[in-house]
Ligand binder design. Structure first.
Ligand code: NAP
Length: 262
């Protein structure tokens, strides 16, 4: 199936590793031009070279940290300058510190609010006018299964991603008639550095190994295994495509059945 992404221009945040990288690779394979952003310049530069050599697309590395509000403000303009406009925005970043609600620090809550809520929304607000003018746009946010079924020891993630759910749905309804869709991808347990980090936290608390925690997690997933990043990237590319023009305001699960509710 041709996803119709040839010539579309995407800014992917958190693109150097894990789910963001998989999304960037899936979009490049469909012919989209890319602005790749995160903190690690070397990793982004190598990825840009790899994707452009493999798929013949234009790909640019852009250093940006969601903790740096000033940098985030100029990232949108820089991406537009490089690619001539942004049609697809992928909002993604690292996961917040892990811990239970009874140990939540207000300082951490405020710090992560700026990174996980303010920074992505600020970026979207800067790129939305161009999408509305062109009457075509895709805003994809990488979220978590915790948006539907809160996860233990993930109070920051569960709390702040709830704000993103509300923002995404509100915006989606306002721009739905203008050809701009806004959707959230909710990963369950996909094999990335972050998954190992969360498994490491649990392993420490239980006095066991990361491998043991991951094997037990996989056994609780109806699919019987962890997810692969490329499976996640493929769903993102579909949601970015013309074929997904009638899907908006949704939280799309990529979880092998991990979330138990309907
Ligand atoms: N993997 C899963 O199963 C899973 C499940 C639920 C939720 N999630 C959530 O999905 C998101 C992506 O997860 P992942 O598994 O791909 O994580 P990951 O493997 O740790 O990758 C995180 C990505 O975000 C970038 N990043 C980290 N801190 C950043 C910052 N301050 N500013 C800009 N970019 C930053 C990293 O690049 P640099 O280091 O180069 O900055 C990297 O590209 C996270 O929010 C995670 O909590 C993942």
């Amino acid at each position: 199936m041709d996803l119709g992404l040839k010539g579309r221009r995407a800014l992917v945040l958190g693109a150097s590793r894990g789910l963001g990288r998989a999304i960037a690779a899936a979009l490049a394979a469909e012919g989209a031009a890319l602005a790749l952003a995160s903190r690690n310049r070397d990793a982004l530069t190598a990825l840009a070279a790899e994707l452009s050599a493999r798929h013949g697309v234009s790909a640019h590395a852009m250093v940006a940290d969601v903790a740096d509000q000033t940098r985030m403000k100029v990232l949108a303009e820089e991406a537009v300058l490089r690619l001539g406009g942004i049609d697809i925005l992928v909002l993604n970043h690292g996961g917040p510190p892990i811990g239970p609600a009874v140990e939540l620090s207000v300082d951490a809550l405020q710090e992560q609010f700026a990174r996980m809520v303010v920074a992505p929304i600020q970026l979207a607000m800067r790129l939305l006018p161009g999408m509305r003018d062109r009457r075509w746009g895709r805003i994809l946010t990488v979220g978590s299964s915790g948006m539907i079924q809160p996860l233990p020891n993930m109070v920051l993630s569960n709390t702040l991603r709830g704000a993103i759910v509300g923002w995404n749905k509100t915006l989606a309804n306002e721009v739905a008639a203008e050809g701009v869709t806004c959707n959230i991808l909710a990963p369950g347990a996909i094999e990335t550095d972050r998954l190992r980090e969360t498994a490491g936290f649990e392993a420490n608390r239980k006095g066991t190994t990361i491998e043991d925690v991951l094997a037990k997690r996989a056994a609780t997933i109806p699919a019987g295994r962890l997810g692969r990043p490329e499976e996640f990237g493929a769903v993102a590319a579909f949601l970015a495509s013309d074929h997904a023009a009638y899907i908006t305001g949704s939280i799309v699960r990529v979880d092998g059945g991990l979330i138990r509710c309907t």
